[in-house]
Design a protein around this ligand. Structure first.
Ligand code: HPA
Ligand code: ZN
Length: 335
């Protein structure tokens, strides 16, 4: 069995995936036509060629432009189902999907259109394809905390469809402390809490996300290694990091796969998971992310199984689902 087949055969959870970042150029054109929207590109190849980024902001500018083709509930359904089919072929059995409601509401698309389309596809994925799920609503950190509060209010009627709150977009200059009140309110309302921290921001941003936002998982977290005491604390507490290798490469957070901090993270006892982030923009889905690290560091099967195991135990899936997936993983590892 080839390495990629072995990776795909492992039951795993995807915990860091922006659904808008799974919009493939082909679907972008299809939806643009369906919704009579003009794109600043004349071909699928031209779109792919534009996907060269030198930092996070470069990417975000194109990412927000790309999502402009998403208008109807059916668009959000089609987008999500297409992602789930890719995930299924990579062995994903549980997904926790991020979405950016502010990126749609500010364009005049109703909150309910977005949530209902994504959620309907997630239900179909669960019923027909045995992929359990959670939906996590992210606040855009370049906007104000007041705007985030407004989004939290808009989410109220859909409380049963959304399990958690995240924080994404431009990290530098938008520290976690800016959102501490809205996170406190979200915690009161019973949401799970996560946040992007330490992607381009310093280790201090990770510390703030833990202490001020009270997050349960760290999205990215690369810069944590700059602070030995914090690294030790996060390792001891078993707080998971949702690491995204191809994203780190595409956004120049790391220069080469061989310089990725994954081995250091593992050596420090950090609970690392591997994820795709924005697969259509970064050149690969979850199995490709496992593969690029496996090849760069000659990871053995035991380590790949450990990464898959971390993804299941770090998820917000219920206990019985976690037990079922862990048992399947164990059977796979022993086969
Ligand atoms: N980082 C921050 N914000 C984002 C990302 C990311 O990788 N993807 C979509 N929004
Ligand atoms: Zn992300």
């Amino acid at each position: 069995m080839t390495q990629i087949d072995f990776i795909r055969s492992l039951p795993k959870a995807e915990l860091h995936l922006h659904i808008e970042g799974s919009l493939e150029p082909e679907m972008m054109f299809e939806l643009a036509e369906r919704n009579q929207i003009s794109l600043p590109f004349d071909s699928v190849d031209a779109v792919r060629e534009a996907y060269q980024f030198s930092n996070l902001q470069d990417f975000l500018d194109i990412y927000y432009q790309g999502m402009s083709v998403l208008i109807t509930e059916q668009d959000f359904f089609d987008l999500t189902l297409a992602y789930l089919m890719k995930a299924k072929s990579d062995g994903v059995r549980h997904v926790e999907i991020f979405f950016d409601p502010q990126g749609h509401v500010e364009r005049g698309v109703a909150f309910e259109t977005v949530v209902n389309g994504i959620h309907r596809a997630l239900i179909e994925g669960e019923v027909k394809h045995d992929i359990s799920f959670g939906l996590i609503m992210c606040f855009l950190r370049h906007l104000s905390e007041a705007d985030a509060f407004e989004t939290l209010v808009q989410a109220k009627p859909y409380r049963d469809k959304i399990i958690g709150i995240g924080l994404d977009s431009s990290e530098q200059g938008n520290p976690p402390e800016k959102f501490q009140h809205v996170y406190a309110e979200a915690k009161k309302q019973g949401y799970h809490l996560v946040a992007h921290a330490g992607e381009e921001g310093s280790a201090d941003y990770v510390l703030q996300a833990l202490d001020l936002l009270k997050i349960e998982r760290i999205d990215h977290g690369n810069s944590i290694l700059d602070d030995a005491a914090l690294t030790q604390r996060v390792a001891d507490a078993g707080i998971a990091l949702t690491v995204c290798p191809l994203s780190n490469l595409k956004l120049c957070v790391v220069d080469t796969a061989e310089n990725h901090p994954l081995p250091k993270m593992l050596a420090k006892g950090l609970k690392v998971t591997l994820n795709a982030d924005d697969p259509s923009y970064f050149g690969g889905y979850i199995a490709d992310n496992y593969l690029v690290m496996a090849q760069a560091f000659d990871l053995d099967r035991k380590t790949l199984v450990k990464l898959a195991k971390n993804s299941i135990t770090a998820s917000f899936a219920d206990t019985s689902r976690k037990q079922d997936l862990l048992l399947e993983l164990l059977e796979r590892a022993l086969a």
